[in-house]
Design a protein around this ligand. Structure first.
Ligand SMILES: O=P(O)(O)OC[C@H]1O[C@H](OP(=O)(O)OP(=O)(O)O)[C@H](O)[C@@H]1O
Ligand SMILES: NC(=O)CC[C@H](N)C(=O)O
Ligand SMILES: [Mg+2]
Length: 486
């Protein structure tokens, strides 16, 4: 996943975009970029690493204009380390467009060939975002008749983009001389929320962002989620219009947002991430009671940070004491979204430390939100034992991750997934745990979807192997495995 934000303000927008990116940092740590639109001119700054280190005062001073967008990247296509692939991406025609994207396209081979063979467009990187931008630019070019751009032409272009592009995309673009546009793929796999506020002088200001916490923090009213397949157009003067651009949109948001990616204080598609994690803990407690009826548990412990809400609720449901046995170094970021396995492994040790006083002589149940490569859980079980635990039981609030994720999370290969081709007993042995309990897929769906009917089903292909875009088959998965590094 990545984090994206776009703002149409009545005043300078640079600081607001920066502040929003800080709030989205948990969605991507590889690189970041901000672009602003000042009349007909763009300003753009991109850099490797995290938001706090990336921008200098002189960068901020140059980002003039009242319309802007920003991005934090967690690479899923191309190379995390290449600055050329940091977003936003820019094309000079038509008009000048700058775009940011959260998601992952699954027909990149076809698009690359078409853009060269048919549309005669040059691509300078392996990023799927560059493809998305060029499809948008090409379709806009086809739509425009005279010199100026109108809304009808933009809606037509987004409609044709949806016909050409497969996979997941929540995108925001600036068009020179016009303003901001935002659109979401026909399944709404990745999140995008619309917010609005009115200034004291009665002017409209708008924001679109990956997560609702950005809106709340900026004092915006949450208007609604951008609908799957919908395009939202906001002119530089604050006038907004929207249209559904696909005939049969169907909201199928990514389950992993609720399990791990999003911040707990966000609400996505009307579902509170925090509540979903509490309910995952509730349902997991039932599973533990059923699978381990005679196993003693003295204490329940979360794996910080994302395991906390589920562990808390699970402890309550089991009637067992909840203790924090791992201390987290606040200066180390999220390990799962770091590029490269050796960095991830080393960072788990730097990030978490076991406090013996909580472990000595106890039967400990450790709860995490998910087990993907097993990097965290393997280290954690070892630490718990070294700290004196009598036995270690491990529980995952997500089901076993068995298949690659091709919609915006960088787990391209089956071989790296600890659960692939292994039974829970075999996985427990690798982790060094006495017992291992997983959430079921049914339990996950029940927990996340409970109490609402706006979302009927979740994009959960990494647990089920059922991919929503028709072009993801064995041949495609093998190609991704062979070409994408994690
Ligand atoms: O099995 P793995 O491949 O290790 O992946 C899963 C782990 O990675 C994530 O933690 P991360 O450190 O990224 O972030 P967090 O602080 O939000 O828990 C997640 O919460 C699990 O702990
Ligand atoms: N996680 C994402 O949303 C990544 C966006 C895009 N696929 C990239 O690699 O830059
Ligand atoms: Mg974690």
């Amino acid at each position: 996943m990545c984090g994206i934000v776009g703002i149409v303000s009545s005043d300078l927008v640079n600081q607001q975009v920066y502040d929003s990116l800080l709030l989205l940092q948990h969605r991507g740590q590889d690189s970041t970029g901000i672009a602003t639109l000042e009349g007909d001119f763009f300003h753009m700054v991109k850099a490797s690493g995290q938001v706090r280190e990336a921008y200098r005062t002189r960068d901020m001073r140059q980002l003039l204009g009242n319309v802007g967008l920003g991005h934090v990247r967690y690479a899923t296509k191309g190379d995390a380390a290449r600055e050329e692939e940091a977003q936003p991406f820019y094309v000079g025609a038509p008009y000048g467009i700058i775009l940011v994207h959260n998601g992952n396209l699954t027909n990149t081979r076809e698009l690359t060939a078409e853009l060269y063979n048919v549309d005669r467009r040059h691509l300078n990187t392996h990023s799927d975002t560059e493809l998305l931008l060029n499809v948008l630019a090409n379709e806009l070019q086809t739509s425009i008749a005279g010199l100026s751009l109108d809304e009808e032409q933009i809606f037509e272009a987004v409609t044709r983009l949806h016909e050409r592009v497969e996979g997941s995309y929540a995108a925001i673009a600036l068009i020179a001389g016009y303003g901001l546009i935002a659109f979401r793929d026909p399944h709404g796999i990745r999140p995008l929320v619309l917010g609005h506020r009115t200034t004291d002088s009665g002017k409209d200001e708008w924001v679109v962002a990956s997560e609702s916490l950005v809106l709340e923090s900026g004092g915006y009213e949450i208007v609604r989620d951008v609908e799957p397949g919908e395009a939202i157009l906001i002119k530089s003067d604050g006038t907004m219009t929207s249209r559904q651009c696909v005939p049969n949109p169907e909201l199928v948001p990514c389950a992993f947002e609720y399990i791990y990616l999003a911040r707990p204080d966000s609400v996505l598609s009307g579902i509170s991430v925090y509540d979903a994690r509490l309910r995952l803990g509730d349902v997991l407690a039932e599973q533990i009671k059923a699978e381990l009826p005679d196993v003693n548990i003295d204490v329940v412990m979360p794996i910080p940070d994302s395991g906390r809400p589920s562990a808390m609720q699970l402890a309550r449901k089991l009637g067992v004491e909840y203790r924090e046995g791992f201390f987290k170094n606040r200066y180390v970021g999220r390990t799962f979204i770091m590029p490269g396995q050796s960095v991830r492994k080393k960072s788990v040790r730097q990030k978490l430390n076991a406090m013996s006083v909580e472990f000595k002589g106890k039967d400990v149940l450790l709860v995490d939100d998910s087990i993907v490569r097993g990097t965290t859980s393997r280290e954690i079980v070892e630490m718990a034992r070294a700290a004196g635990a009598r036995s270690v039981i491990f529980a995952s609030a997500a089901p076993p991750v068995l298949f690659p994720h091709v919609y915006g999370i960088n787990m391209p290969s089956r071989q790296e997934l600890i659960a692939h081709d292994r039974t829970p007993a075999e996985i427990a042995e690798i982790l060094g745990a006495d017992h291992l309990v997983y959430q079921t897929v049914e339990g996950m769906n029940r927990a996340i979807l409970d109490g609402q009917d706006a979302v009927k089903s979740l994009e959960a292909s990494c647990f089920t192997g059922e991919y929503i875009s028709g072009n993801v088959d064995e041949e495609y998965l093998s190609w991704v495995e062979a070409t994408q590094t994690s």
